[in-house]
Design a protein around this ligand. Structure first.
Ligand code: FPP
Length: 225
């Protein structure tokens, strides 16, 4: 079975650049090329939801120049790169709090979401200024504001950024770190985790196939026997 929802922690851009004595931003640039290849391939495979961790709520701690370089790549992605992905039926959703983003970038993101909203082949979630704990707190705030007296798992899920989507079947992290880094804490309760040493810019569609075939060999018991 092809996983319905794959989530990826795209790690290792900085190390990829460092290995080549290049500034870190070159690693992020190469990372965007990988994003495009993986999105197209996932769509061809019939994956329904692909979630990519592009900017965490903690990434503001990076040097201003790197944050700005990432914003510039995101802007280019929204204005240009996404056009290639519209043809493969990608629908964009943002997970995270955009309020702190520059106004121009925010507008580009909103336009990109609108431009893809009729697509139904692959839902592409891009996590931006995202933190899972923040997401859960926000869900509780909204539930309280709406007078929810008795939260259930289903109700809480419906207040998350991923409302209406299935939970990830497979969580991939590149560049060999064994960490979750505040990503989708609620949604990955039963996800299979796959960690590869490949750095994100080197991650290929074949590597995604490898992760999926490993996933297919796992026996998912969801707490049963
Ligand atoms: C982690 O590598 C990567 C990021 C924090 C940014 C990921 C962003 C992109 C791939 C580009 C923008 C994405 C889209 C969807 C247009 P790192 O810098 O932490 O690498 P390191 O651990 O080797 O230093």
């Amino acid at each position: 079975m092809i996983p319905e929802h794959i989530a990826i922690i795209m790690d290792g851009n900085g190390r990829w650049a460092k290995k080549r004595s290049l500034p870190r931003v070159f690693g992020h640039k190469q990372g965007v090329k990988t994003v495009k290849k993986i999105v197209k391939f996932a769509s061809r495979l019939g994956v329904k939801v692909l979630t990519l961790y592009a900017f965490s709520a903690e990434n503001w701690k990076r040097p201003k120049t790197e944050v700005e370089a990432l914003f510039s790549l995101l802007s280019q992605f929204m204005k240009k790169d996404l056009k290639e992905l519209i043809h493969v039926g990608v629908r964009l959703r943002i997970l995270g709090d955009l309020s702190k983003f520059p106004q121009d970038l925010k507008s580009e993101i909103v336009s990109a979401c609108q431009a893809t909203e009729k697509n139904a082949n692959l839902e592409l979630n891009i996590a931006l200024n995202y933190g899972a704990r923040q997401e859960i707190v926000k869900a509780f705030e909204e539930m309280l504001a709406q007078g929810v007296k008795k939260p259930t798992e289903e109700i809480l899920s419906s207040f998350l950024y991923t409302a209406g989507q299935p939970d990830p079947d497979l969580l991939i992290r590149t560049s060999g770190e064994f960490r979750i880094s505040n990503f989708l804490l609620w949604q990955i309760a039963y996800s299979e985790i796959y960690i590869t040493d490949k750095l994100w810019p080197d991650f290929t569609p074949q590597d995604l196939e490898g992760a999926i075939s490993e996933f297919q060999k796992r026996e998912r018991r969801f707490g049963g026997i």
